[in-house]
Each structure stands twice: as C-alpha cells, then as structure tokens.
Write a protein of this length. Structure first.
Length: 187
C-alpha cells in the first residue's frame, strides 16, 4: 500500500516519522506500507530465521534478522528476513548489537503476501542488489517458486527440487519443495 503525501519527502524526514504497524518503507522517494503478515508468511519467516541461525550463528558466520529496518542507498527498507555476515553486523563501541543498521544486508528474503504487488517487492530486491546485497529471494507461496536476484541484477527462478542458492559459507541446502513443505502441518 502506498501512503499518499502532499509534498515530496526526504529520507531524513521519513526517518523522523513515527514507526507504523505494519512497518512502512521509503524506496525511490515513495512511502510504502508493508502488508500485515498472515499465517503462511509468518510460518516461512520463522522457519527461515531458525534454520539459518541454527547453522550460522554458533560458528559466527552470519545471522538472520526478521523485520529489521536497514537504511542505505537513499532508502530505508524492512525485509522479511535480512541476513548479515557476522563481521558486518553493526555493533556499538561496547560490542553490543547496534539498533540502527545503516548498511545493506548480505542476503534478503522477501515472502510475497496475498494481493501484494510483486513489482513492489522486486523493486526492493533490485535496490538491495544495486547497493551490494549478494543474494535476494522472493518467495511466492501461491506458485511455490523462488525468484533469486544475484549481483549484476541477474534473476533466476527455482521450483520443485531445484537446489536453491545460499549465501556462501552457510552450510544449508534447501529446495523450493522443502521450503513450501514447511507450510503443511499434517494431521
């Protein structure tokens, strides 16, 4: 959903605005409010964070953050999942994790919600790629497909038993079929 504004707003002005629920993002001079997550979206989001962090946190390779605001390249976004290589996680002088992330994620995962325009989400992934993100995923639960964005804005689509690209050094193997299998709870 686009939030109408009477005047052109700057990134600095946007950042001063109060947070919204669900979060709003500022991309290409436009304020966009994310849709409210639903069941499939929430399930995929927690499963991804859990699976990535189980293999990447203890060896200090990377960490997956859900709904983390990232400000870079003149925009501020809130990816469904933002994965940062361990050494790039912003920290305070005392070594604690910083509250503000003013750098691009290394891997961005977006989950398409019902009635959410795919173009808006793809625009966000392309912005990330343009500013250094190594890997972007757009999951489409309805089509059970994963669109991957690589450096140079190369795009590939994965389905079924296709092995998905993972951020280098993260010891995780997944297929589109496995990911969308997480949505079945059985009896």
């Amino acid at each position: 959903m686009t939030i109408a504004t009477e005047r052109q707003i700057t990134l600095e002005d946007f950042i001063k605005l109060p947070e919204t629920k669900p979060a709003s993002e500022f991309i290409n001079g436009e304020i966009l409010q994310k849709p409210m997550p639903q069941g499939e979206h929430s399930r995929l989001q927690i499963k991804f964070c859990t699976n990535i962090n189980q293999v990447a946190e203890t060896p200090k390779i990377a960490y997956a953050f859900p709904e983390l605001r990232c400000t870079f390249g003149g925009s501020t976004i809130v990816p469904d999942i933002a994965v940062f290589r361990w050494e790039r996680i912003p920290k305070t002088e005392s070594g604690r994790i910083a509250n503000r992330f003013e750098i691009h994620p290394d891997w961005v995962i977006e989950i398409l919600s019902p009635e959410q325009p795919q173009k808006k989400v793809l625009t966000k992934l392309l912005h990330c790629s343009r500013y250094g993100t190594e890997l972007g995923w757009l999951l489409n639960p309805e089509e059970e497909s994963v669109l991957a964005v690589f450096p140079g804005q190369k795009i590939e689509i994965y389905e079924g038993d296709d092995k998905l690209p993972i951020l280098e050094n993260i010891n995780l193997e997944l297929t589109a079929k496995e990911i969308f299998g997480w949505l079945s709870f059985g009896s």
